[in-house]
Design a protein around this ligand. Structure first.
Ligand SMILES: Cc1cc2nc3c(=O)[nH]c(=O)nc-3n(C[C@H](O)[C@H](O)[C@H](O)COP(=O)(O)OP(=O)(O)OC[C@H]3O[C@@H](n4cnc5c(N)ncnc54)[C@H](O)[C@@H]3O)c2cc1C
Ligand code: SF4
Ligand code: SF4
Length: 1019
């Protein structure tokens, strides 16, 4: 039995007092002090880990002011803060040991839009893609781009002066900030915008905190103007820290204090709101993907492409391309970057042309493609081919692939993982190829593995060398390389932090700014934050402060991870490998990742949150001498050393409020829908349901399980029995009394009723068919030719017993297509046991089912299932649980079989179906939507996939009373509106859970696509 885990760092008294005072003063947002909440924001995408004292989440600007006002009280002068947005920093930018002020959960409203004057006013927690989705129908977009656009916030972008693809034309974030509303420690509101110098000078005369700031910035930037112009490299990128140069316009007539805040990494003030300039969308885009025989060829050829007056030029090396090939994303881009026969593609340049009128870029494109044709024909410049596309959706998918590249690099096998620490160097573009060659020599000298891509037009290179931070010696290597890269970028006239900000690299600031200008930064910091309390240690410290800057050598995540035994880390590698890139915080309600985060907006309830909490749990267990693997093995062997009495006692203590960190992990795991979107959508394939089941198994070796778990875990045994008398059970289940009793005793709601007539009754009536009366011997006696015509339906408990019409229609469709359907006897699949962490029982169930299915596979019988999540369980969970014992059997999803089957001649149907795909199916089998479209096209009918996220039911999740509210909200986020606007007969859903959820929420049960096909073929 696992022990109670209590070794969590306590919150310092001064912080508890501060939070208490905040609460007393009517703070409306959340104040989170649980260890799990604190831990969930202790990392970003960097190598660092820093546990904050608490997380506060202001509801609005008044709340934010309250935080800063209370902080202004003398007794709280030692309390420190760090503002946080999406937490996607690559160098610990938002990490702190003080209080995290998370702007993303509530302060994410778009406040005002003015199409005539091209601006929008937003709260700082708005996500960049959220803003662009709002602007799109108006014909505008917020132009600075970044790879993390689906989760990074405007506040984060402003504070790191984010930019990315297209920056030569579209600029950086700071180029688009018209005005800011900032809150200073103490509660003062500092509004900034461009103003005549005289106005700034008048403000500087005020005897106030704001007056002092104007005074200092004016004098620092004016007195040192010459040094500033001489010192800063003439790059497209700005060296974050305080932008001393651009507070003035070129002729020194205008002043914008906001320019020192953009790029200040949260070290000056809290940005509450921003007024941003927006850009009209150029409706015509053309992308030319130029393919090369080497990465060096791609780099050396980049200036030639830039000269073609392209909007942007991006480069990707073969390593990144090959990783993309292995990812779900490749499905959508493979036709746009096809291989060149007989050649190996070692790099590509992605050249984009944008235009308001198509004709505007035609001449440029033709000129470039003519030149490319000549280079290919003459075998010059290492160009082996190119492809052009003007299809906007295709262009978007290419960029999605490019944006996912960093994450994909993180998925490298082994203990050395690609790390961010020198990942965004910038040098003048004309120096880039030579710089990269020398950079490569440097990394090769250490024998490191790495992939490269970047914005070659702006001279920005992204590279993450693979190192293992659990090895202290490699920490030293990280420091050595950092120092060398600083020197190398300086040699080529560039910067180490060309795009992502400094964070823990702040210690190199003086080297780049020079002592004289760095002193000015410190004076500015002192004017804003004299006691070094806002994101302390980042960028610089106040001028008279003796406090230190954060350092590259500061405590890293590896320090904690190395406390977990290697074998344990290997066995729970997907939790260990999460690199915090935050892709699972995807803002878009129509994306499957991650429903529990979307509905709660609580970082604990995300794949990253769960992976982090699991890692910490393993660490704490290890520190108590417990080996997770050994505990697990013992349980799987049935060697459980805990008694029901001990579990009862522990549960009693738990209910009485006894602390155990395991409860915090449990809370996060309990909210997971086990939808598995993370296991395919996360670039690292962090498989939460996999480690969640293992956690549950161990947790319940110490605590008693709730009754509902037993109900779910045994559903595959009880459903077939109940299905023998469906009317009797339905009669009881339909009574309010029984529903109420189930809810109060088991915590289960809206229990579904059993199908009547039963599946057996329905298929018994299917014409001449004899689909039931088959046993293995009868199949064996078929000739090989006969067997090729047999299609065996593998039953699942949900569709067969609760949605029998679907299976019956499936049988009929198979028959109609000229095959012999066989309904295999129901054999439990085990998925519900897995979800609830009954892993020993699951292993037995899986073994029995695999043996049965392998017999049929040996006879070369085609097997098809119906429900995606159960069919996919045979592929994933079975492989993990049984290893080689799983055998080779294959159960196809309906579309996987139908796509290769001949259909009768197509007719022309007027009806247009809408497909609401099951999220596990869409994410694990990305071609499924397209396949269904093609299948319907074969019949002559149109089917369009609808972009939706999770339906919120996810097996039994939505039936559990404790999840009901979230389940319903998840449905409303992307399904509700879309379903209710459609005629019921066109709505098709592949998942049993999805159909049940629509029935519960919208009052009708959609058909499965096989049912629609049957109807079409029968009409
Ligand atoms: C895989 C990956 C790819 C990336 N690609 C790019 C890229 O293409 N281009 C690019 O520019 N960056 C990139 N980044 C870095 C990162 O996404 C950006 O720096 C982004 O702007 C951070 O936004 P955020 O909301 O996550 O901010 P956070 O990480 O939460 O914070 C970043 C900094 O801003 C401060 N901050 C946040 N909100 C506020 C506020 N309201 N008021 C005051 N200070 C605040 C924080 O204190 C911190 O110093 C990438 C990161 C990853 C993980
Ligand atoms: S779980 Fe995956 S997507 Fe989320 S932060 Fe970790 S690695 Fe990124
Ligand atoms: S399984 Fe689904 S709900 Fe659970 S963490 Fe993964 S994406 Fe989120």
């Amino acid at each position: 039995m696992i022990p109670r885990l209590t070794q969590v760092d306590a919150i310092e008294k001064i912080y508890l007092d501060f939070l208490d005072e905040l609460q007393q003063n009517g703070f409306k947002g959340e104040i989170e002090t649980s260890y799990a909440s604190r831990f969930s924001v202790s990392t970003d995408n960097s190598v660092y880990q820093s546990l904050p004292q608490a997380v506060v989440l202001p509801k609005d600007i008044a709340d934010l002011q309250l935080v800063t006002k209370v902080a202004g009280k003398a007794e709280f002068a030692a309390v420190k803060f760090s503002p946080r947005g999406g937490g996607t920093g690559t160098n610990g930018q938002s990490l702190t040991q003080g209080i995290v002020v998370d702007m993303s959960r509530h302060m994410n409203q778009i406040l005002e839009f003015n199409a005539e004057e091209n601006w929008v006013r937003v709260q700082s927690g708005v996500v960049k893609d959220q803003l662009n989705a709002f602007l799109k129908p108006h014909g505008f977009f917020f132009a600075p781009d970044l790879s993390t656009s689906n989760r990074a916030t405007i506040g984060g972008m402003i504070n790191t002066d984010a930019s990315g693809q297209g920056s030569l034309v579209y600029g950086k974030t700071s180029d688009h900030v018209l005005a800011l509303k900032n809150i200073l420690l103490g509660g003062d509101v500092l509004e900034t915008a461009k103003m005549p110098i005289a106005e700034a000078e008048a403000l500087a005369k005020q005897d106030s905190s704001i007056g002092k700031i104007y005074q200092q910035v004016l004098s620092s930037c004016r007195d040192k103007r010459q040094q500033i112009l001489e010192k800063f490299p003439r790059l497209n990128r700005f060296l974050t820290g305080y932008d001393l140069e651009h507070v003035f316009n070129d002729d020194l007539t205008e002043f914008d204090l906001g320019r020192v805040i953009t790029g200040s990494e949260g070290s000056l003030a809290f940005v509450a709101e921003a007024k941003l300039n927006v850009t009209p969308i150029a409706p015509f885009k053309t992308l030319i993907n130029v393919k090369y025989d080497s990465f060096e060829s791609a780099l050396r050829n980049a200036p030639f492409l830039v000269q073609a007056n392209a909007t942007s030029v991006e480069t990707i090396d073969s390593k990144v391309l090959n990783l993309a090939r292995e990812d779900i994303i490749w499905e959508s881009v493979k036709h746009l970057i096809t291989d060149v026969p007989g050649k190996t593609m070692e790099g590509i340049n992605i050249v984009e042309f944008n235009a308001v009128e198509a004709a505007d870029s035609e001449a440029k494109i033709t000129a470039l493609t003519d030149k490319l044709d000549a280079l290919v024909a003459n075998k010059q410049a290492g160009i082996i081919g190119y492809q052009v596309t003007a299809d906007l959706a295709s262009i978007q998918t290419i960029y999605e692939m490019r944006k996912k590249a960093v994450g994909l690099l993180g998925n490298t096998k082994g203990t050395k993982k690609p790390l961010a620490f020198a990942e965004d160097t910038a040098v003048p573009p004309e120096n880039l190829a030579d710089f990269i060659m020398e950079f490569r020599d440097l990394l090769d000298g250490y024998g490191l593995n790495y992939g490269m891509f970047g914005h070659v037009d702006a001279g920005v290179l992204h590279v993450r060398p693979a190192l293992d931070m659990c090895d202290p010696e490699q920490e030293v290597t990280l420091r050595k390389i950092s120092d060398q890269v600083v020197a190398l970028t300086a040699k080529y006239g560039g910067l180490m932090w060309g795009e992502h900000g400094k964070g823990y690299r702040s210690e190199y600031g003086p080297e780049f700014f020079g002592d004289e200008l760095f002193l000015e930064l410190r004076k500015i910091k002192a004017a804003f934050d004299p006691l070094n309390r806002v994101n302390p240690g980042k960028i610089c410290t106040p001028v008279d402060s003796s406090e230190k800057l954060v350092s590259v050598d500061d405590t890293k995540r590896g320090f904690y991870d190395r406390q977990i035994p290697v074998k344990v880390k290997e066995s729970v590698e997907t939790a260990m490998n999460c690199n915090g890139n935050g892709l699972c915080f995807n803002w878009d309600a129509n994306s499957p990742m991650c429903p529990s985060y979307k509905v709660t907006r609580d970082r604990r309830h995300s794949p990253k949150g769960r992976a982090g909490l699991m890692r910490e749990w393993l660490r704490q267990l290890s520190n108590q001498g417990i080996d997770f693997n050994n505990e697990e093995k013992a349980l799987l062997k049935g060697e459980d050393d805990s008694s029901w009495f001990a579990r009862w006692q522990n549960t009693k203590n738990k209910n009485a409020g006894e602390y155990d960190y395991s409860h915090e992990v449990m809370e996060a795991m309990d909210e997971c829908l086990a939808c598995k979107a993370c296991s395919s959508q996360c670039p690292i394939k962090v498989d939460v349901p996999g480690f969640r089941a293992r956690f549950l198994q161990l947790y319940y070796s110490r605590y008693s399980r709730p009754l509902k778990d037993y109900l779910v875990g045994s559903i595959e045994n009880s459903a077939p029995l109940m299905a023998k008398a469906p009317r009797l059970f339905n009669f009881f289940l339909n009574t309010k009394l029984v529903q109420g009793a189930i809810k109060s005793t088991l915590g289960y709601v809206d229990t579904p009723t059993l199908s009547y007539p039963t599946l057996k009754q329905q298929v018994a009536k299917v014409g001449e068919l004899n689909v039931l009366d088959w046993d293995i011997n009868r199949i064996r006696n078929l000739t090989e030719a006969q067997r090729l015509k047999v299609v065996a339906i593998v039953q699942d408990p949900f569709t067969s017993f609760y949605d029998a019409d679907v299976v019956a229609d499936w049988v009929k469709l198979i028959s109609k297509l000229g095959y012999t359907p066989i309904l295999l006897p129901f054999v439990p699949n085990g998925k519900p046991q897995h979800v609830k962490g009954f892993l020993k029982r699951f292993a037995n169930t899986a073994k029995t089912a695999a043996e049965f299915l392998n017999q049929l596979a040996d006879l070369n019988i085609t097997m098809v299932g119906t429900d995606p999540s159960l069919v996919l369980c045979y592929r994933d969970e079975y492989t993990k649980a049984l290893g080689e014992d799983r055998g080779e059997f294959e159960v196809l999803l309906p579309h996987e079989w139908l796509k290769d089957v001949a259909f009768p001649e197509a007719k022309q149907y007027k009806i247009e179906f809408k497909l609401f795909g099951h999220c596990s199916e869409k994410t694990a089998v990305p071609a499924s939507q397209k396949d269904w479209q093609n299948i319907f096209a074969k019949v002559g009918a149109k089917l369009t996939p609808v972009a939706v996220g999770c339906c919120g039911m996810a097996g039994t999740y939505g039936h559990e009373a404790s999840h009901l509210e979230n389940s319903q909200q998840i449905y409303q986020m992307s399904w509700g509106d879309k379903v209710s606007k459609l005629p019921q007969e066109v709505v098709l859903a592949t998942g049993y859970s999805c159909r049940s959820q629509v029935k519960r929420e919208d009052g009708f049960k959609p058909k499965h696509p096989v049912q629609a096909l049957l109807k079409l073929l029968s009409s």
